[in-house]
Design a binder for this molecule. Structure first.
Ligand code: AMP
Length: 589
């Protein structure tokens, strides 16, 4: 198929606004396409050179395109820039310049879809020293061989501004119509797309083997599966109502969704994002551990990668997880804040697809392959029968730094690419703000792990003072805010007063590596006070069923210990008052 014809279709697509008309135009274009061309045409029409997970980019900036136009049309660079400033669209500018160009093309061969795809891929593959000039020359050659309307779309494509306004669903419906004459096979095609994340591949199978080929499509390693999405509920009661007698409730980690594909024989691992982009290189820490921590020959699993403080076993805010988005930060951050991967699903294991198994069976297979649980762990989970149980778990997870819970239907299969009520998310709806710092008593400490081993201190367990009962009630672990100097001096100070048993006046079910006599006070800032069953602050009888108070994202701010007695620390009563005075800010979604 000639690209000139495709360009005419692109123009028609731009002229219509109804989705049905778009489908008609597209399906007519597809019906003229051969099996050999369809993959390339699908990617081009999506404005890409590959499916998203291959991330092939053409890498042409406006400047390069302008230089290429100067060569191919003989126009002055300044003239081109001027014309561009009036049209605002370099595609249109190029089209006009080609019409008026006096330079004749040496090559009068007409451009086919495959020629174009090949040329653009060649430009995309050009890298290294001097690649700019090579790109300019290759692109100029392409334009000299193109008609005005082809030029318009080739330039827009190269700058990432093709924007034909086509969604995946529109392309799938058009494909269905082009092969079967109607849109009815859309759902089937969508199923195929959901398990491979590659519209080009789906189209090729359809053209090659027909609808039967699509029906027989299977999950393949290193082809990302489109992720299942969660619905929302208004209350814990609604979750139970929708889920039936019992459901699984998992912690909702506020990190980056990661789908990990691993093939041990090939020594290969890839990690894909929620949008099916490859982000393997962002996770050197997970790559290092996946082969030893996951006991499988080949596997596809899914979870959330999140910054985690190993010393206090606390999650860190989302901002810390994504700090490694930029290349130069990856190595540095992976040493400083190693990510943990909390897996919540398994879709494929040792050559077998598992997506159609019920949740419970998938979950037990997932837990069985996670043999070490150091960096790669299963998500926290309970089986709940009442809304009260969900609420308790929700509060506990929030205090630990999570953003809520996701309830899951015990019998549901993995629904790729869809939002169904088999997963229901419940996030907290507001964030509070604590305006003041608090003074806390150190009641224990954790020995350092990872980069903190040498300091002998990884974090603290801290309490408030209950002056009515004359007891110290645990309220939080503290793992951040320390300088190296502080860690050394605290470890020395606390080493002198550590005890084997929990001191008499201390109430805590959280067990530190070492208890210490409640003696030293530190100043701490936290994001907010939350309700939590985990800590003892504010509980009447200190029983498991009661909900106490805890701090979320605490960090030490005093320069060492304060000159206060333990009994002068912030009291339980003050925490309760502060909790009521907290300012509530709605969370944006
Ligand atoms: P949202 O992004 O608010 O629509 O919530 C859904 C997202 O929560 C998913 O895409 C996952 O990235 C994330 N998530 C975190 N923890 C879990 C979990 N245990 N199960 C499922 N999704 C989770």
């Amino acid at each position: 198929m000639l690209f000139n014809e495709v360009a005419q279709y692109y123009q028609k697509l731009e002229e219509v606004s109804s989705r049905l008309s778009m489908i008609d135009i597209l399906s007519e274009m597809f019906s003229k396409t051969s099996k050999e061309e369809i993959k390339a045409l699908i990617y081009l029409t999506q404005g890409a050179l590959s499916p998203p997970f291959e991330g092939k980019e053409i890498g042409m900036a406006e400047k390069l395109v302008i230089s290429s136009l100067a060569i191919s049309t003989g126009a002055e660079q300044k003239t081109i820039e001027k014309l561009f400033s009036t049209t605002g669209d370099l595609g249109q500018t190029g089209e006009k310049l080609v019409i008026t160009s006096k330079l004749k093309s040496f090559n009068s061969k007409k451009l086919t879809v495959l020629d174009l795809f090949e040329s653009l891929t060649k430009i995309s593959n050009t890298s290294g020293v001097g690649s700019k000039d090579i790109k300019i020359r290759l692109f100029a050659g392409l334009i000299s061989n193109s008609s005005p309307i082809e030029t318009r779309y080739i330039i827009r494509f190269s700058l990432g501004t093709l924007r034909l306004g086509l969604g995946d669903a529109t392309i799938l419906e058009a494909l269905s119509k082009s092969i079967t004459g109607n849109r009815d096979s859309k759902e089937l095609l969508e199923n195929g797309y959901n398990i491979c994340g590659d519209l080009g591949k789906v189209a090729y199978i359809l053209f090659d083997k027909g609808i039967k080929g699509i029906e027989n499509m299977e999950v393949e390693l290193f082809n990302p599966i489109r992720p299942e999405l969660a619905e929302r509920a208004k209350s814990f009661e609604e979750i139970i109502e929708r889920m039936g007698v019992a459901c699984s409730v998992e912690g909702k980690y506020d990190g980056l969704r990661a789908q990990l594909h691993m093939d041990k024989k090939k020594n290969k691992i890839e990690i894909f994002s929620r949008n099916l982009e490859r982000m393997t290189l962002m996770f050197p820490d997970i790559l290092k551990n996946a082969f030893s921590e996951i006991n499988a020959e080949s596997i596809i699993v899914e979870g959330e990668a999140i910054a985690y403080n190993e010393n206090t076993e606390e999650f860190r805010p989302f901002q810390e997880t994504i700090q490694r988005k930029r290349k130069h930060e990856v190595e540095e951050k992976s040493a400083e804040v190693p990510l943990h991967l909390f897996l919540f699903d398994i879709m494929y294991l040792n050559g077998k697809q598992l997506m159609s198994l019920p949740y419970e069976e998938r979950r037990s297979k997932l837990e069985a392959v996670l043999v070490k649980r150091k960096m790669i762990l299963p998500s926290a989970k309970i089986i709940a029968k009442t809304s009260k149980e969900i609420e308790l778990f929700f509060n506990k997870e929030i205090t630990e730094g999570l953003e809520g819970v996701v309830a899951k239907d015990l019998n549901s299969k993995y629904v790729a690419g869809a939002r169904k009520f088999s997963w229901i998310k419940m996030k907290r709806s507001y964030r509070s703000e604590l305006s003041d710092t608090v003074d806390l008593v150190i009641i224990g400490y954790f020995s350092g792990k990872g980069s903190r081993t040498e300091f002998g201190l990884g974090g603290l367990l801290a309490a408030v003072y209950n002056d009515k009962k004359d007891l110290f009630e645990s309220i939080t672990k503290i793992g951040t805010g320390f300088t190296e100097k502080q860690m050394l001096s605290l470890s020395e100070l606390l080493g002198k007063i550590k005890t084997k048993k929990k001191p008499a006046r201390v109430e805590s079910t959280v067990e530190p590596d070492f208890w210490v006599d409640p003696k030293y006070v530190v100043e701490v800032r936290a994001d907010e006070i939350t309700r939590s069953p985990m800590h003892m602050c504010g509980k009447e009888t200190y029983s498991q069923d009661e909900i106490g108070y805890a701090l979320r994202f605490p960090r030490i701010v005093s320069d060492g210990v304060r000159d206060k007695k333990a009994e002068d620390a912030t009291t339980t009563k003050e925490i309760l008052e502060m909790f009521l005075l907290q300012k509530k800010k709605p969370l944006s979604d």
